[in-house]
Write a protein that binds this ligand. Structure first.
Ligand SMILES: C[S@@+](CC[C@H](N)C(=O)[O-])C[C@H]1O[C@@H](n2cnc3c(N)ncnc32)[C@H](O)[C@@H]1O
Length: 386
């Protein structure tokens, strides 16, 4: 594909995403329908779409409109490319620019340059104080790729060596043993023998750090109460914990048995809402995802204030349900991939006010300033019986 054809494809894809289709699903649909597109084309179109969604407001200003075509015009200007060189009306190229389109476009205002909806920017500015401008800027860029060396299959050094043999280069991180930052070859991970053989899992640094901070070992009974695809369940099972996985939408756990098999660990899927008590109950609750908007940039523009209120109520309900599953002396771990106080510190304060039998045993907010996703983790200890 020529650069012009890639721009045309990005316009079609963005139009459907702006109309409501999920970005990832739309890109997969395009790739399936575009057999002529090689891996380089797919990567380039994906990057153009995702970069543009991350920077939608500033690119709308540069392109003179918040529609797919203007956004791609803005993206090219953002990258220092004159859109007239690609918008030529040639075969597979977008139609030539009209005089009005050539005139439209201006430098983004400071609010537009933060690339956030105004109501979210106001909340994050209040919640993150002096860190807000740098975090907003970080959310405009691509996220680094992190792997977790699966200690159930081998050491981190062995994982690095196996990856390097397939030209996937990684760096260990002193903040978290087993965390590997991918510096080269990220797009090859899913086809690699290291990944297929369970030596590594894709997992951001911050959830790895949150799981590493939990005190588990062989025999610890763990209930992952919001297991989903099982990222936390697998990390804890790799350390020998006896993990039971539950999710209110069990279909979300459909990949978990295969992932556990690949990782060489055992995770038991609960057939019904679990009863009984566990040493550790993990609640990785549904949230705004504001800490991971670099990876899911379309979500940044979809979240509404009513969504946030609904999520906060659900998070409180899940915490209360899960609290009943913690044995006396056990731990309730609360996690979100959010940067918003309403889903994090405020949620924990309200829980402690409601549930007298729990005490706070530390909480931590991680942000993209530390190269990880934005993430929040709190540990709550059950002092006595319910
Ligand atoms: C952030 S995702 C979990 C991601 C997963 N822990 C991982 O590491 O891959 C939140 C999950 O909570 C589930 N959920 C929503 N409401 C729930 C409830 N009331 N009880 C249990 N799980 C719930 C959702 O179906 C979703 O899979």
């Amino acid at each position: 594909m020529t650069p012009a054809a890639r721009a045309a494809a990005a316009i079609d894809i963005l139009a459907d995403i702006l109309a409501g289709e999920a970005a990832e699903a739309r890109l997969i649909r395009w790739a399936r329908a575009s057999r002529f597109a090689g891996s380089g084309d797919r990567a380039a179109v994906r990057d153009l779409v995702f970069d543009t969604l991350r920077r939608r407001r500033s690119r709308a200003a540069l392109g003179g409109g918040d529609n797919a075509r203007a956004l791609v015009i803005g993206a090219l200007r953002d990258d220092g490319i004159d859109p007239d060189t690609l918008f030529t009306s040639d075969r597979h190229a977008p139609a030539a620019l009209s005089p009005a389109e050539r005139e439209a476009g201006r430098a983004p205002s400071p609010a537009e340059a933060a690339d956030l909806p105004d109501w979210i920017a106001a909340r994050l500015a209040a919640d993150l104080a002096g860190d807000f401008p740098a975090i907003a800027q970080a959310l405009r860029d691509r996220a680094p790729v992190w792997l977790r060396a699966n200690l159930a299959r081998g050491t981190a050094a062995e994982a690095r060596q196996a990856l390097a043999a397939e030209a996937i280069l990684t760096e260990p991180d002193p903040r978290c043993p087993g965390a590997l930052r991918v510096t080269q070859g990220a797009r090859r991970i899913h086809g690699s023998a290291a990944w297929l053989g369970g030596l590594v899992e894709l997992q951001d640094l911050s959830p790895q750090m949150a799981c590493a901070a939990l005190d588990v070992g062989p025999g610890t009974t763990v209930l992952d109460y919001c297991a989903g695809g099982g990222g936390k369940a697998l990390a804890l099972a790799a350390r020998g914990a006896r993990v039971t996985a539950w999710d209110a939408a069990p279909a979300r756990m459909r990949d978990l048995p295969a992932r556990a098999q690949r990782a060489g660990v055992r995770v038991t899927l609960a057939p019904a809402r679990p009863t009984g008590r566990f040493d550790l109950v993990v609640t990785d609750v549904p949230c705004s995802g504001s800490g991971t908007w670099r990876r899911t940039p379309d979500a940044k523009w979809r979240l509404g204030e009513d969504d946030l209120a609904r999520l906060a109520a659900l998070q409180a309900a899940i915490l209360d349900e899960a609290a009943a599953r913690v044995r006396p002396g056990g731990t309730l771990a609360y996690m979100t991939c959010s940067l918003l106080r309403a889903e994090n510190e405020d949620q924990i304060a309200a829980f402690l006010a409601r549930q007298g039998r729990f005490a706070l045993d530390g909480m931590r907010r991680m942000t993209p300033l530390a190269e990880s996703d934005g993430f929040f983790a709190a540990k709550l200890v059950a002092l006595n019986d319910a």
